[in-house]
Design a protein around this ligand. Structure first.
Ligand SMILES: CSC[C@H]1O[C@H](OP(=O)(O)O)[C@H](O)[C@@H]1O
Ligand SMILES: Nc1ncnc2[nH]cnc12
Length: 294
């Protein structure tokens, strides 16, 4: 079992089409206020197969909030404030590869962040931090997700690069071809800065990307439509829920902190000299930096 004070709590961020989690015991929607404003919605807390779980619908119930207006900092802060230690992000994505048709799940291990209109860090003047991001997702969590996908016989690929675009419009064909030439596997609009902020908040983060379409590069699929995406997401939603159920009990085997360093990401990241730190900012970031700055 995990060291005291670090018992795993699974956070699930549900993307397009995933606005609830079934089978939760002691289920309760909780409103969380954060120094960064409101999260996308209330957060759903409960237990699944004995594992504590917190669920947040990324775009809010009813899909109210577009990607560029998501308050990523409030979302990650709220999950951290509720004790979440590992985050499973569930996302709809377009495929940039012929061999990844709609219905395939990809356990993402890399990102290219092309977003430009989002707040990307909790830190700032008065407390500067630079966390490592060479491996932006938790490989340990990725392995557990893969184990669950194998057990459930869900068609998947273990690794892949997710291109994060600003949106909300889908790509032009030239852009889609460019991302293909970069070797990207899938494309979406939401996983950055989410993954960066999870790292700053010292939480494990992994994404299961559910392919919903071939974007617009494919000769047989001229363009993406929300209709087509939603149809596939609905068909996949049960698989996503089974994945969460299968994954939840696997987390309990972690002993102590994540061996990949996710839970200690701030150990060598703070740059600002102690006497130059802004006490107000340090206080505001208490939930995030409490472990290192006590
Ligand atoms: C309805 S398709 C576009 C939408 O879906 C994805 O979001 P999420 O990662 O939350 O499932 C994509 O990034 C876009 O935001
Ligand atoms: N083709 C696509 N581009 C960006 N985001 C997506 N989400 C689902 N399909 C997508």
């Amino acid at each position: 079992m995990a060291e005291s004070g670090t018992a795993p709590v699974l956070g699930v961020i549900g993307g397009s089409g995933v606005y609830d989690i079934d089978g939760l015991e002691n289920k309760r929607w909780v409103k969380v206020e954060t120094p960064f404003g409101d999260p996308s919605d209330e957060l759903l807390t409960g237990e699944l197969n004995g594992q504590k779980l917190v669920f947040l619908p990324r775009h809010g119930r009813g899909h109210r909030i577009p990607p560029s207006e998501l308050n990523f900092r409030a979302n990650i802060y709220a999950l951290k404030a509720l004790g979440v230690t590992e985050i499973l992000s569930v996302s709809a994505v377009g495929s940039l590869k012929e061999h990844l048709p709609p219905g395939t799940f990809v356990v993402i291990d890399q990102f290219i962040d092309r977003t430009f209109a989002r707040a990307k860090t909790f830190f700032g003047t008065g407390l500067v931090a630079h966390v490592a991001l060479g491996h932006p997702v938790c490989g340990r969590l990725g392995d557990l997700i893969e184990e669950a996908l194998v057990e459930l016989r869900i068609p998947h690929q273990r690794r892949g690069t997710y291109m994060v675009m600003e949106g909300p419009q889908f790509s032009t064909k030239a852009e889609s071809e460019l991302y293909r030439s970069w070797g990207c596997d899938v494309i979406g609009m939401t996983n950055m800065p989410e993954a960066k902020l999870a790292r700053e908040a010292e939480m494990c983060y992994a994404t299961v990307a559910m392919v919903t379409d071939f974007d617009c590069w494919h000769p047989d699929h001229d363009h993406v439509t929300v209709d087509a995406v939603i149809k596939v997401v609905i068909a996949n939603a049960d698989k996503a829920r089974s994945l969460v159920k299968q994954l939840a009990p696997k987390l309990a085997v972690r002993e102590g902190l994540c061996e990949q360093g996710c839970h200690t990401a701030l150990d060598n990241a703070l740059m600002t000299a102690p006497d130059k730190r802004d006490p107000e900012l340090v206080k505001k970031l208490g939930v995030i930096v409490g472990r290192v700055l006590g």
